[in-house]
Ligand binder design. Structure first.
Ligand code: AMP
Ligand code: MG
Length: 336
């Protein structure tokens, strides 16, 4: 029996220490999906972090609307053969969220995005005839999912840009957890996905950027959160200026014109990163009043809305975890 005691102790200590984070940190930084990304993983995590990065690169190859070898490119070119489960799942999700959000999120916006130059960086303001012609093909009724293939109506093209980073961040978190990483911060171009808490056991402190001065280090406020996703959308993230007018990358599918309403940014907090990504874009399109109503009707997420009249509106489930920065003269309002 004496011989077995040390073995037993060893087994117990392995069980106790397994998947525990320590301060050792692996950072993997890379460029994908048209943005800078980084994965900070704690403990014995370097292999897992590499695997997570490789998964993002793999997903980019499926979802990119501009890569001639991607599945989305093939679908947009009229090749309606079978696609991977990932492309099927994410397209299906985007279609469902489009229905749920009354068309505020719409993956068929792609031809319009292209016309504004958001897919190439060669920006221009399209004329209204061109836009109304292109708008005829916008709408998810033009997307059909049949078994494992996706087909589109004539002239219809899709873009998963509003949900792909959220989906990729979920996949990263899954890989890290499967590989026994208990603490990680995944930042895919501002789409934050958190695994567990900080290695010291404290909540993560995630800054909500100032949409008026996004390049400044100063945040409007800080969210203290654990094991969830935090995703922000706003037209300050990508835009061009022509004749003193700012045109941002989030388009209202009803008009084909970049959103210009009472919101500066929307941050969505929930466990599911793909949902956060879809919702932050959709709520930004809706404008404050509709977005607030959407939260009241659903309540499966929390949100921080920054409005053009310098108000920060925070939903009740996250209000206690939000700390307004001392630098800002914004009014803080709890949405109940
Ligand atoms: P996000 O950064 O997640 O808010 O997504 C913005 C990206 O989604 C844009 O860069 C476009 O690729 C795409 N997009 C723009 N407007 C819409 C929209 N109304 N519905 C779906 N995707 C959109
Ligand atoms: Mg989004």
């Amino acid at each position: 029996m004496k011989r077995f005691i040390p073995i037993l102790l060893l087994i117990i200590s392995i069980i106790i220490t397994s998947c525990k984070a320590d301060e050792r940190k692996t950072t993997v930084s890379f460029f994908s999906m048209d943005t800078y990304m980084s994965i900070d993983a704690y403990g014995d995590s370097s292999e897992a972090a590499q695997k997570a990065k490789n998964r993002v690169l793999e997903l980019e190859k499926l979802f990119s609307a501009t890569d001639a070898n991607s599945e989305i490119y093939a679908i947009n070119s009229g090749n309606f053969g079978s696609v991977s489960p990932e492309t099927l799942e994410l397209t299906g999700f985007a279609v469902e969220m489009s229905k749920k959000t009354g068309g505020a999120l719409d993956p068929t916006i792609y031809p319009i995005l292209r016309e504004w130059g958001f897919t190439t960086g060669e920006y221009r303001v399209p004329d209204s005839e061109t836009l109304s012609e292109l708008l005829k093909n916008v709408g998810i009724e033009n997307v059909k999912l049949n078994g494992n293939s996706i087909s589109l109506g004539e002239g219809v093209m899709i873009d998963l840009g509003a949900v792909a980073k959220g989906y990729a961040s979920e996949e990263c978190a899954k890989i890290l957890r499967e590989n026994c990483v208990a603490s990680a911060l995944i930042n895919l171009g501002g789409n934050i996905q958190l695994v567990g808490s900080r290695p010291d056991g404290e909540p993560w402190r995630i800054g909500v950027a100032d949409p008026l001065e996004p390049l400044d280090d100063k945040n409007v406020g800080i969210l203290s959160v654990t094991d969830c996703a935090v995703v922000t959308s706003g037209n300050y993230q990508r835009f061009f200026i022509e004749n003193d007018t700012v045109y941002g990358h989030i388009i209202d599918p009803k008009t084909g014109i970049p959103v210009n309403n009472d919101l500066l940014s929307v941050t969505v907090i929930a466990n599911d990163g793909t949902l956060c990504d879809a919702l932050s874009t959709a709520l930004f399109v809706m404008g404050y009043e509709k977005a607030e109503r959407y939260w009241r009707d659903n309540r499966d997420f929390e949100a921080v809305f920054i409005t053009k009249n310098n108000t920060v509106c925070v939903t009740s489930g996250i209000y206690q975890n939000f700390e307004l920065s001392e630098y800002f003269d914004f009014e803080l309002v709890e949405i109940k």
